[in-house]
Design a protein around this ligand. Structure first.
Ligand code: 2RA
Length: 337
């Protein structure tokens, strides 16, 4: 158990969910500190019925903190994580900054829990679009060894923060009223539209969000031979990312076998009956820590392909829940030493 824990970025959307999850899941600790930028420091947070003052993020605050869960922009994580690690505080980091550092394990507890054992003070949580995909890939990879993945995402506006969600609502109202609206989070209107670019142009015509899906997937499975071809699209959905995924395996897996494998995997729920129009949809998955899978079928264009549809709450399993599950894993690991 960690006696003194902290949430870094405690006042942000994911920070708020981390607080809620620590309370819901009765995470063990003796002291908790809520850290944020100078702008939010001094405000108060009510947690487990008690008022806490938000403390400014500075190096010395980590002197008496054993475990910090951080949800901050990359540049903040670049700065604060070394402050914490130098003071023997373990950090679970949600940002993208440390994920591909070879010394930093990148962990989804249902997929590669063993990776936490090698940590040197920092453990990263993957990008939301990767997390739900690797969770779905795990049972298929174990059963048939995945060689190739083609994925198209339909990502919610909450992935672009609170401004992304308000752009969807205010942009929709303005569109229907025939008014102009100045979008803050997106380069194009998201209301009644799809935007096939998330992140910046990285390499060979792929975006940063797409390349995260490639590199993070290979790191989590410890297998650079898994080929991933992603297309990431912003959709006019408030919360929960959806993904159309096709995996090709070395050994054939039938649709029936895939359905059974998914159903037996912790963290996955199968909703799959086309005749009753039953499949996961973002509006039904919000607020759940599970990843939902439906539309499971065999690929008509190659021998060993399984296609499916995957939906998950990107703020929960895609961010806050995964980080809190990593913290719970560290507590369990410490108890078994
Ligand atoms: C997005 N995946 O949806 C990003 C957030 N980390 O924009």
């Amino acid at each position: 158990m960690f006696d003194s824990i902290a949430i870094v970025g405690a006042t942000g959307a994911v920070g708020r969910l981390i607080r809620q999850l620590l309370e819901e899941r009765d995470f063990p600790y003796k002291k908790i500190t809520f850290l944020a930028s100078a702008r939010s420091a001094g405000s108060t947070i009510t947690f487990k019925g008690e008022e806490h003052t938000v403390v400014e993020l500075k190096p010395e605050v980590f002197d008496d903190i054993d475990l910090a869960i951080g949800s901050t922009p990359d540049d903040t994580a670049e700065q604060f994580v070394p402050w914490a690690v130098e003071r023997n505080c373990v950090v679970i980091d949600e940002s993208g900054f440390w994920r591909m550092d070879p010394k930093v394990p990148l962990v989804v507890p249902e997929v590669n829990p063993e990776a936490v054992r090698d940590h040197q003070g920092i453990i990263s949580s993957p990008n939301c679009s990767t997390t739900q995909m690797v969770l779905a890939m795990k049972p298929l990879h174990e059963a048939g060894k995945i060689t190739r993945v083609i994925v198209s995402t339909y990502q919610a506006t909450s992935g672009a923060g609170v401004k992304g969600q308000s752009d969807l609502i205010e942009g929709s109202k303005s569109f229907l009223a025939g008014d102009d609206y100045k979008y803050e989070a997106f380069a194009h209107p998201i209301a009644f539209n799809l935007i096939p670019q998330i992140g910046s142009h990285k390499e060979q015509g792929y975006t940063s969000e797409e390349m995260k899906m490639v590199y993070e997937t290979q790191k989590i499975f410890g297998d650079d031979s898994i080929k991933v071809c992603p297309t990431c699209v912003r959709a006019p959905v408030s919360n929960c990312h959806s993904e159309s995924i096709l995996v090709e395996t070395e050994k054939k897996i039938t649709a029936e076998q895939a359905r059974e494998l998914f159903a037996a995997t912790p963290g996955i729920k199968v909703i799959d009956d086309l005749d009753t129009s039953s499949y996961p949809m973002p509006k039904d998955c919000e607020g759940s820590d599970d990843t939902f899978i439906g539309r499971i079928r065999e690929d008509l264009s190659c021998d060993n392909g399984i296609a499916f549809w995957c939906v998950s709450d990107n703020l929960r399993k895609g961010a806050a829940t995964n980080a809190v599950q990593i913290a719970e894993l560290l507590v369990r690991e410490a108890a078994t030493v």
